[in-house]
Design a binder for this molecule. Sequence first.
Ligand code: ADP
Ligand code: MG
Length: 669
Amino acid sequence: MPHLFSLTKKLSELKYIKPKTLEGLNAEGIYTVSDLLLYAPSRYEDRSTLRRAYQIRESGVLNTFAEVKSTSYFGPVNKRILKITLEECYIQKDENLYRPNTINLLCFNRNFMERYVHTGNRYYLFGTANRKTPSSVDLASFELHPALSAEDYGYGKILPIYPLNSLLSAKSVRNCVFKVYDEFQKDLTSPLDEDTVQKAGLMDIKQAISALHYPSSISQAEKARRTLAANELYYLIKEYGTFGGREDDDIIAHPVLNEHEKKFIASLSFKLTQAQEDALNEIISDLDADFVMKRLLQGDVGSGKTIVSLIAAYHEILKGNQVVMMVPTELLCVQHYKNALALFENTGVNTVLLKGGQSAKERNSVLSAIRDKRANLVIGTHSLSGENIEFSPSLSLAIIDEEQRFGVEQRESFLKKNSMVNILTMSATPIPRSLAELLCGKANLSTITTLPSGRQPIITHLVSPNKRNLMFDFIKNEFEKGNQAYFVAPRINSTDDARRDVYDLETELTAVFPSLPYGVIHSKVNEKDKISILEDFRTGKLKYIIATSVVEVGLDNPNATCMVIERADLFGLSTLHQLRGRVGRGNKQSFCFLVYTKNMTQEAVSRLKAMRDSTDGFALSESDANTRGMGDVFGTKQSGKSSLKFINLKTDRDLFPVIRNAVKKESSK
Ligand code: ADP
Ligand code: MG
C-alpha cells in the first residue's frame, strides 16, 4: 500500500500543472505527488480576522477594506512614484470603527497600478503599514484586490506561505496543491493506529495534509506538523530502529560497587556530583546487563565526563576486560593519558598510549601489549579504528570522546570490527545523527545536567569591529588580575585579508600587549612544541595562546578566563561551543568574546545570537540540527527530499516513546 511518503506519481504527468509551475517546483526539489503534498509552508499568514489601521501604533500588519479616494504622484519628475490614497470602510454592520484612517499606498516600481484602481471602488488590502499621523498610515509593501474577490486572496483564512522562486507565484503553488490534494487525498494512508493517534493527540492523515496547507488556525497548522512528524518518526524507526538496548522507561537499580571501586572514587580530589553518580550508575548497569551497550554520555563542556568514563573503564578492567578510549586529537590524547596514569597509580591498571609520531619500536611494543592484554586501558587517536589494530579478545568497552569530531565512517568501521563491544560515546554537542539514533531507540542517553559546584556560567559578548579596543582593555585588566586568555582565529594564514588569521592576530596582539609572553599553536606546529607550549600555558609561564580551532577540545586550564574568537561568524555552533568551553573551568568568572564582521549571513547572525543566549550544548546541538534539517542524518539510505523535515527535536520528544510503541505493536502482530 502506498504510504504518505511514497505517492511517487510524477507531477509532470498531471495535465493541469503548467510547464512553468512544474519547472519552478522541480527547482525546489519537488517532483512527485508526495513531494508536493508534503511541501511545508515556511510560515503562515493570518488573514482570518480584520486588522484595522487604528490598531496600528508604529507599524504592523493591515488586513482591511478601503475605498479609493484619489491617485497622485510624488518624487522627482523623471522618477515619479504613484501614490494611491484610500479611506477605510465598514464591511460588517456591527463593527465599531471609531477611527477610520486615511491609507496611502506608495507604489514604488508599481506605477502600472494606476490602470487597475478606480476612484470610488472598494478594495481588499493586506500589507505592512507604518503610522504617519494619528489618522493616517503608509504602506510600501502590500496586496490590493477588488473587495468582491477578497476570499480568493485569502481573506478570512490562514494563508500558507511557501518558499518561492522566480518561476513560482504564491497563487500558482496554492492552486497546484489544491488540485493535487483533491485528486490524491483518497490515497493518503497512515500506519499509525487509532489508539496511537488518540494518545499522542494527532490528526487523521487526510486532515493533517489538508491542515498543513489550509489550516483553520495557527494551532491547527502546528497539530498538522506534529502529525506528520509522528508519521516520519514511524518510518524512521521502522527502517532503522532496533530495540537491543535499554528501554527508556526501564527503572535502573543502583549497582553495588565493589571495594576497589569505592576506594578509587574516594581517592579523587573532589566529590562526584549527583549527576555524575547517576550517569555512572546507568553506564555500569548497562555494562553488567546482557545486551551490548550503546550509550551517549552528554554533558556540557566541563561537566566532568572524563572521570565518569574512567570509573566505568575501571569497572570493566576489574572484571578482567580490556578498555579502549578513542580521542580526536593528539593533544587531548596525551592529556587524557597523563590524567589516567595519575589516577590509576597504585591500582595495577596498565595504561598505554597509541598515537602518531611514536617510533616503530615503541609502537610495536604498544601494539603487542594491546594484543595480548598486558594493556588494560588503551588511549589513542582515531588510528585505533584502523585495520592493523588487533585488540585482545577481552575488549569489552570502547569510549569515544568528543564523538562529534569523528567521521561517521571512522565510527562505523570501528563498530563493524567490534560489534560485540559496549560503546560509550561522549559529547557536549552531539551530531544530528546521534540525536536521531537516540530518537529511534538505537542508543540510550545519560546526561550530566549540572556542572561541578562553584562553577560560574560563562558570560558571552558579541563584539563588533569598532568595539575591539574596549575588549582589549577588558582583557588587559584580566591579565593584571593574574588570569589568562585564548585568542582563536579561523585560519593559520590567509590571502583574503577580511578573514583574520593567526599571524595577523599575533601582530596586533604583540602591539596591544607588549612584552607579555605568549605561545602560538596550530596544526603546522609540531606535536612536541604544542605540548610544551600548553604546559607553559598551564603553569602560567605564558599569558595567552594564539591558536586555530585545534584548541577546540579537551584542554583544561582553570586559570584561563577569556576566550576571544575572531571572525566567530565563520565557525559552526558546535565548534564555538567547544571553544567557549575552554574557559570557565575553575571557580573564576569567565568570558567569551565572539568577534564578528559587518557582512554576516543571516544564518551566522542567528548562530551567534544562539551562542550568546544559551550555554546549553545539548540545546545548541538540537537547534543546529533543526536549522540544518534532519534530512541527511541517515546518509545515502534515506530516500527522497521529503523525509524528515517535520520532526522538531525540541518539541516532539514526547512523541518518541509513543511512536516506538506503535512500531513495536505493529511488528509483533
Ligand atoms: P568534560 O565533560 O568537558 O570532558 P572534564 O571531564 O574534562 O570535562 O572535566 C573538567 C574538569 O572538572 C576537570 O579538571 C575535572 O578534573 C574536573 N571535575 C570533574 N568532576 C568534578 C567534580 N565532581 N568536582 C570538581 N571538579 C570536577
Ligand atoms: Mg572532555
